[in-house]
Write a protein that binds this ligand. Sequence first.
Ligand SMILES: *Cc1c(COP(=O)(O)O)cnc(C)c1O
Length: 449
Amino acid sequence: MDKMIFYSTNLSAPEVDFKGALLAGIAPDKGLYMPREMPRFEVDEIMGMKGMSYAQVAFAVLRKVLCPGVDSRDLLRICEDAYDYEVPVERVSLDNFVMRLDRGPTASFKDFAARLMARLVQYFMRQKNEKITILTATSGDTGSAVAQAFFGLDNIRVVVLFPKDEVSERQRRQMTTLGGNVTCAAVSGKFDDCQAMVKEAFADEGLSGLNLSSANSINIGRLIPQMVYYFYGYSRVASDGEEVVFSVPSGNFGDIMGGLLAREMGLPVARFVAAVNENDEFVRFVETGSYSKIVPSRNCVSNAMNVGHPSNLSRLVALYGGQMDETGRILKVPRMDDIRKDIFSVSVSDDETRDVIKRVYDEFKVVLEPHGAVGWRGVEMFREGANGGKVVCIETAHPAKFPDEILRAIGVEVEVPLSISRVEGKDEYVEFLDAEYSEFRSFLLGKFV
Ligand SMILES: *Cc1c(COP(=O)(O)O)cnc(C)c1O
């Protein structure tokens, strides 16, 4: 097969191959890269994944997309190295399953994408023998997954900006106890300030010597690996090519975009449930066909999904034949009826979220954390429409990341996995910055040039 081609959702940048899209992060016209066409799987090939490990499924799926741009033996080695942890798929009740994507080094599903992306960036940088600087603004989970994933890789340095008072201690320690090629800056400001400083740095020609790129989910390198667990989950529960439903707790819509792209590759998915918290801009968009973002976003217990304007929406709109620019303006209306047919979208309140954690524990002795509980409520609402078939609900974080919520809801002290406990008590390496671009700029130049 020929190399895959990626276009920009703003339609005014040149098309690129995967390497170009991965290393650039965002297209020069500020659009997001999307594959022009996906390779397809036959149902037999997908059913053949039943006996494979996660790393083997990853190789089978990614080989179709990334080779020949990536050598296939190198890709196999990268998959085996990135995915050396468990991916449990648990049956909760008759046809309802939970897939736990929380066993990676930072206990959120973001490890799946960050670990593969880091190894691919390293692979390409070694070929060029150049250095690249990955800038990331984070409200918690992205920064820790990216910092852990890129830690110790040569030719790459990572700079993570986070709001000083708005990340949990556990999240902060996942980033600041590494040192080495990972530089962390605690900013006196909000997440939006960090995001703005990073964006300004990308546009700053005086920093071109740093060879900046992004590891946020605007990067297509974050989405491609997220197709894999849909194939894996499907292969664990389905037989004979039957159609399955996935429920996906969503914020920036990167996770569900991975699923939608997997379906383009032939994965038999009847429908996706897009479950969001009280930030319900997508639900209203699907209902009414008109889009307005929520500014500022609403603070909910499922805090990694507090997103008032999902950056991947422009990709979803593009997949359905429309066009949305980076500000959320719709330039061409997508096929709304097809979106409604494929995606059942629901908004879940904080009260319902806490109620689900309690009910699912009482009834099934299964512990969910707030994000997974939003997904589970989505499953329940989907079933209320008398919908049958198997449903896989994605659990995106480990309950030990939310000990207080879990204790309050079900009176259980969650066992803390090693991934979280091993950073406790270690030295932290962190710099402090005001929320001023000029200060950030001199910091970068002083440190790296
Ligand atoms: C990032 C995150 C989400 C949201 O995923 P998107 O790809 O942004 O939709 C959900 N749950 C957890 C725990 C996360 O860290």
